[in-house]
Design a binder for this molecule. Structure first.
Ligand code: UT7
Length: 323
């Protein structure tokens, strides 16, 4: 993972701003979720626009020519159009010649996309892959539902994955060391939109059984991270940082407590942008790199959960092996 970038739309809303059109308060949102701000796309700004901005930053930070990219995967739940894949628009806007497709696993989308990318790279099909998480959640928020509308925001994050010839033993402990992904469709109704193309020809709005998702999140985020650690022969104390899905500060803290990881090692940016779904991990990662917390060679844990329910974790040694 040699380059990371992100993008947040210009329009930033505080909790107080939301009180103008939702029956809520800064106190409630802060106490229940830790969220203070979220960004929303402007009327003509789309998921692919955000994805392209994040991708350009990631490519710049990887110090590679964009022409080297040979695969583009976009994790999104809020595509520009129902079809084709948003990734093909990103490809066009970036001017890159590479197969491009979307992965849809809602808030867990980025971890799922990493897993797909790693497998395709391992099979020697691709060498320089762009994985993007991008979502315009504001487009599917029901402003009459105060229990969900105050929690989400828009944004994008991207990473460049590069394959290196394994001439150095160091590389065995570098890059994406393990991935685990899970889904339980029995929990489909806990977090979903109330519409869909083949259901009622609409995109629908988000509905969530918050309390139940909350409980599943703590269990499943913890267990999947433990699984990923075990697959990579690592233990929690070896992680330099945990970069969790940014949905709720209370979930982030409860999982950190359950995993017995020092809270100083847990990246939290949820306060500044709310739940940005598939964008959340690469966005938090980019902010932590910009803040000079996460550095080249650090061992990281990623973990995410969302509608499906779908969830997963990854263990990654980030950066360039030969700096
Ligand atoms: O990305 C996928 C993962 N998603 C998540 O991780 C979200 C998981 N769930 C959560 O984060 C939390 O369950 C919420 C933040 C959604 C809700 O927190 P909670 O502590 O479970 O609150 P609640 O739903 O039980 O609501 C408590 C009270 C209710 O009032 P009463 O019935 O106790 O009088 C709600 O009507 O808070 C009220 N309420 C609000 N009040 C002000 C609900 N939403 C709001 C609001 N502003 N926006």
């Amino acid at each position: 993972m040699t380059g990371v970038g992100s993008y947040l739309p210009k329009n930033k809303y505080s909790n107080d701003d939301l009180t103008k059109f939702v029956d809520t308060s800064d106190e409630w949102v802060t106490k229940r979720s830790g969220i203070k701000f979220r960004h929303f796309v402007s009327k003509n700004e789309t998921t692919s626009d955000m994805a392209v901005n994040a991708a350009l930053n990631a490519i710049k930070n990887a110090y590679i020519k964009k022409e080297l990219i040979d695969l583009i995967i976009v994790a999104t739940t809020t595509p520009d159009n129902t079809f084709p894949a948003t990734a093909t628009l990103v490809q066009k806007k970036l001017g890159i010649n590479a197969p491009s497709f979307d992965v849809q696993a809602v808030c867990a989308g980025f971890v799922f996309a990493l897993s797909v990318a790693k497998s395709l790279m391992k099979d020697n099909h691709f060498s320089n892959c762009l994985v993007i998480g991008a979502d315009s959640m504001s487009k599917i928020l029901d402003w009459n539902d105060r229990t969900t509308s105050v929690l989400f925001g828009d944004g994008a994050g991207a990473v460049v994955l590069q394959k290196f010839e394994n001439i150095d033993e160091k590389l065995n402990d570098w890059g994406i060391l393990s991935n685990v992904i899970h889904s339980d469709g029995n929990l489909y109704d806990l977090l979903k939109t109330n519409g869909g193309v083949s259901n009622n020809q609409s995109s629908g709005f988000i509905e969530m059984s918050g309390k139940e998702v909350f409980k599943h999140a703590i269990d499943k985020l913890s267990s999947s991270l433990e699984e990923a650690l075990s697959l990579s022969n690592k233990v929690i104390n070896q992680l330099d940082f945990l970069v969790p899905h940014q949905a709720n500060q209370r979930i982030i803290l409860a999982v950190a407590d359950k995993l017995k990881i020092n809270s100083k090692k847990v990246i939290s940016t949820v306060k500044d942008h709310g739940n940005t779904s598939a964008a959340s991990i690469p966005l938090a990662l980019d902010h932590a790199i910009s803040d000079k917390k996460i550095k080249n060679g650090n061992l990281l844990g990623f973990q995410a959960i969302g509608g499906g329910l779908s969830w997963g974790s990854s263990i990654i040694r980030i950066g360039k092996p030969h700096n």
